[in-house]
Design a protein around this ligand. Sequence first.
Ligand SMILES: Cc1ncc(COP(=O)(O)O)c(C=O)c1O
Length: 396
Amino acid sequence: MSHNMIASDLDAATELREGAAIREAFWLDPAATYLNHGSYGAVPRMVSEAAEAWRRRMERQPVLFFQETLPAALRDAAGVIAPFLGAADEDMVFVENATSGANAILRSLRLGPGDTIVGTDHGYGAVRNTARHVAAVAGAALVEAKLPFPGTTPGAVVRALEEAIDARTRLVIIDHVTSPTALVLPVEDVARLCRRRGVPLLVDGAHAPGMLDLDIQAVGADWYVGNPHKWLFAARGCAVLWRAPGARGELDLHPPVISHGYGSGYHAEFDWTGTRDCSPYLAVDAALAFYRALGPARLRARNVALAAEGAAMVAAGWGTEVLTPAAMAGSMALVALPFAVEPTREAARATRTRIWHEHGVEVPVMAFGGACHVRVSAQIYNEPADYRRLANIFAR
Ligand SMILES: Cc1ncc(COP(=O)(O)O)c(C=O)c1O
């Protein structure tokens, strides 16, 4: 996209605007109260238009695009996003989503009978399934450390993992921000623990880019997966996979889809996994421009404060409590429901569906720890009135 287009669109889209006043910069239904940025993000119009411009370029001469334009454009895009996330370009590749990135690492492990992968009981379901699968085919096991909840503390997270790691452990996998419980976990402390114990670490940072002031290299993990398509406003699916400089662990890393680049190196293998639409990757500069125009530090602080304020408002209205401790909070927070819902995926979904269809409020319901809770998100287009509407639905 041209820089003139970025500059004029950005001024129009972002200048000193937030809450309802910036909603028109997104495609979101203006009638909806959207408190679920966390699940799939929400793409600004100018970012989808930048991706569409790449698609049109692809269609003008597809062979030229795939064979000549794309390889260099992909590396250029990695060169834009990597330094922003505290990584060197050569260590970063694009993948469709965090699930795919986690699959690349987990499915490249060569486990033997009796080996373990150590995770936590707050892990993301799809990634837990992947770990279970690779363990099962090798006669290995996924061991899930149970984190105290509610009342989680950073120290308790490290202690729970410390107890779960032993001589059989081949990989630790930990979320930077947990999906069912909205906790920011102490990944740097976990990385130190793993180094001390000589076990490689994969951080599933699906929510971290854009939500946190992320410096991937400083985390100290061996592999890191993140989703610019959540809190960094990238077009969907745009995820990144990072590996620590210098091969670590004994991992012979390959993408989940093997293609022409097999055996030809990290970039060759991941940059081409068959014909696909790479426009979300190529438009990552537009997403970053949008994010930067909002003022990254101010935006992050605003969202963390609004999530806390909004969650407190909902809990007060319902006569329940906020389950996310302030010391581990990002721009999402968990609030207890004022009535019992069977803690199953189906019952949680049914409650979410009811809240949306009867009240026009989109908020995810999470089954966790023997109960169901709502997880509110806070993004630039949210404002206190959004949470008031949710609070009023089940007001006591
Ligand atoms: C911790 C975590 N990991 C992985 C994912 C999956 O992300 P994606 O759907 O982009 O693969 C999510 C999605 O919310 C998540 O919260």
